[in-house]
Design a protein. Structure first.
Length: 604
């Protein structure tokens, strides 16, 4: 995304936040109007939106300008879910007695977690500190997260943003802590981070759940193929959201609890009431039948099903139902990443989506190696994924350096797409680090690039004397070096690179300038020579610059994601790269800044 788009994006958000602060939840006549704030189900129509205590600040625009209102997991044919009528008790029950009974099972006040500090991970776990977003207005952050269009171009920005969103954070001003957790989880889901999203949702005590968080709990359970995770919430989930999914969840949870008769009654009632039918109901029956004493032998037929919604995906995965190939081929990118994180799937199945998940930052280099390593014991040795695993094993443990280099080149040369080639660099990062520096016939450019995809900067720097000055490896090592060496514009102009368009040179300059490796006079000289308007200011540059100076790494990473809302690195301008790198460095995240600058060189 170019800077002008980022600026327009920020300006729209500022207006949206202003609008919510003035007239939150009012229609054109000044009346309160319930508006769906459901997470991405994602963009599948439902009959009516679920009511919420307050509307979202606005629907999220797609890059083409189409407005998308997020909705719940679609259940085809579901009419507006009727509110169940109250069934009178045989005798009145004293409310104080009911409260006392509930209190026996609720968390005592002294053991509850505060909604003022929420999140699953702290600094000891590798997450950011509690003040990663500082005192930035919470409404602004929520709208920013809600409107951020994924996927994010940069793998390293996505990794950093996941760390920020999964951190144990102080709730920012002007928002409810549980609602803020829901927005964080929603963005994580759209990034493909299903496990992190579930962990964020579960970091809130159920007594503090809001309608928005109940909605997100449903999405996270489907994304992680864990419908049993809904059972602790099912009693209040429907009352708070009135979503059809919670009606079916009652039946599924009864079945999973070993109450098949009650499960059948509830699901039959849902069918007769028009809540759901067809494949959506059958999958719910299949899940319910997996409980102790389950009596429903349900055969799932996919005939006539033309799309795989999160509801269908999550329940099929949970009940080990095979999904037809054509439906899997149509999976959205975030759902492919969810699939890569499901531990119960066979390794060959996960491997088919793992490369894309690694490029998005969902899987680490180590996780990718472990996955392919598990394929070596597969019965079917003819699988293409098994062949990759054998080449990887040879790259790690070949008889000699020459054999290992040949295996690495085989792995690097095979993919035909840019993302495929980058995924192989991620896969081979640690194998490349085992090659002795100075080995003959080594492809220094790709060895260095592979190591740096996993942040192995010190291992990569062993090759500095073998990297030809002015070449790609030299440029990447110059950016990756943690030692702050000063350079001049002549170093930039002397970089030839492998890109005849000159874009890599522009990115090299932007990275060096953002890292503070060029004096101010040299930056001005280079900006004029390369026609990079590095001094232009707009809403986005001012916002990310302020966040960097205020040492708010979470805010910087979120705004960096805004600046990289484009499917290709060619859409990221050198000016955007400069501001992202400079702001991260100012916020105390120089390591991430260096890796993002290197990534720009690697992926162009």
């Amino acid at each position: 995304m170019r800077i002008s788009r980022a600026s327009a994006f920020l300006a729209g958000i500022a207006l949206a936040v202003l609008g919510t602060s003035v007239a939150l939840g009012q229609d054109s006549r000044g009346q309160q109007r319930p508006e769906s704030i459901l997470p991405p189900g994602f963009n599948d129509p439902v009959a009516t939106p679920a009511p919420a205590p307050a509307p979202s600040a606005g629907p999220r625009p797609t890059p083409g300008g189409t407005v998308i209102t997020p909705v719940a997991p679609a259940i085809d044919g579901a009419p507006p879910a009727p509110t169940p009528s109250a069934t009178p008790s045989a005798a009145p029950v004293d409310p104080s007695v009911q409260a006392a009974q509930r209190a026996r099972y609720e968390i005592p006040p002294y053991a509850r977690r505060s909604i003022d500090l929420l999140g699953p991970a702290g600094p000891a776990d590798g997450a950011l500190g509690p003040n990663a977003f500082g005192r930035t207005d919470g409404q602004f952050l929520e709208v920013l997260m809600r409107r951020l269009d994924t996927p994010i171009t940069s793998r390293w920005v996505a990794i950093g943003l996941r760390r920020a969103l999964a951190s144990r954070l102080v709730t920012p001003p002007h928002v409810n802590g549980a609602d803020f957790a829901a927005e964080r989880a929603w963005l994580l889901l759209r990034m493909g981070e299903s496990v992190a999203a579930r962990d964020v949702v579960q970091s809130v005590d159920t007594v503090d759940y809001t309608p928005k968080l109940y909605q997100m709990a449903m999405q996270a359970a489907l994304a992680t193929a864990d419908p049993a995770g809904l059972c602790a919430l099912v009693d209040n989930g429907f009352e708070q959201t009135h979503e059809p999914g919670w009606v079916l969840a009652r039946g599924m949870c009864a079945g999973l609890a070993g109450q098949p008769a009650r499960a059948s009654q509830l699901l039959d009632s849902a069918r007769k009431g028009g809540v759901a039918g067809g494949i959506d109901l059958m999958l719910a029956q299949k899940v319910a039948g997996r409980g102790a004493g389950g009596r429903q032998a349900v055969t799932i037929e996919w005939d006539g099903v033309d799309r795989l919604t999160p509801w269908r995906y999550g329940l099929a995965m949970a009940s080990n139902v095979e999904i037809p190939g054509p439906l899997l081929d149509g999976l959205r990118p975030e759902m492919r990443s969810w699939r890569a994180l499901v531990p119960g799937l066979p390794a060959p199945v996960r491997a088919r989506v793992a490369d894309a998940a690694a490029v998005r930052g969902v899987l680490s280099s180590s996780a990718l190696v472990d996955l392919y390593g598990s394929l070596l014991g597969e019965d079917d040795q003819s699988l293409a994924e098994v062949g990759i695993a054998r080449d990887l094993a040879s790259a790690f443990n070949g008889a000699d350096t020459g054999t290992r280099l040949d295996s690495l080149k085989q792995l690097w040369d095979e993919p035909r797409t840019a993302d495929g080639k980058y995924a192989r660099l991620i896969l081979t990062a640690r194998a490349a680090a085992r090659i002795p520096a100075g080995a003959s016939d080594a492809d220094v450019d790709r060895l260095v690039a592979a190591m740096l995809t996993a942040g192995l900067d010190l291992q990569a720097l062993r090759w500095r004397t073998q990297a030809s000055r002015g070449g790609d490896a030299w440029a990447m090592l110059t950016l990756a070096d943690p030692v702050r060496t000063s350079y001049s514009y002549s170093d930039v102009s002397g970089y030839a690179g492998s890109d005849p368009t000159g874009r890599k040179r522009q990115m090299f300059f932007a990275g060096l300038a953002g890292l503070g490796r060029l004096p101010a006079a040299e930056i001005e000289k280079g900006a004029r020579a390369l026609d990079i308007r590095i001094g232009d200011q707009n809403a986005w540059t001012r916002a990310i610059g302020r966040a960097g100076l205020a040492r708010q790494p979470g805010t910087v990473l979120l705004l960096a994601g805004v600046g990289m809302q484009t499917p290709l690195w060619q859409g990221v301008s050198p000016t955007a790269l400069f501001h992202i790198v400079a702001s991260l460095r100012a916020a105390g995240m120089e390591g991430e800044a260096r890796m993002i600058a290197v990534e720009a060189m690697t992926r162009l």
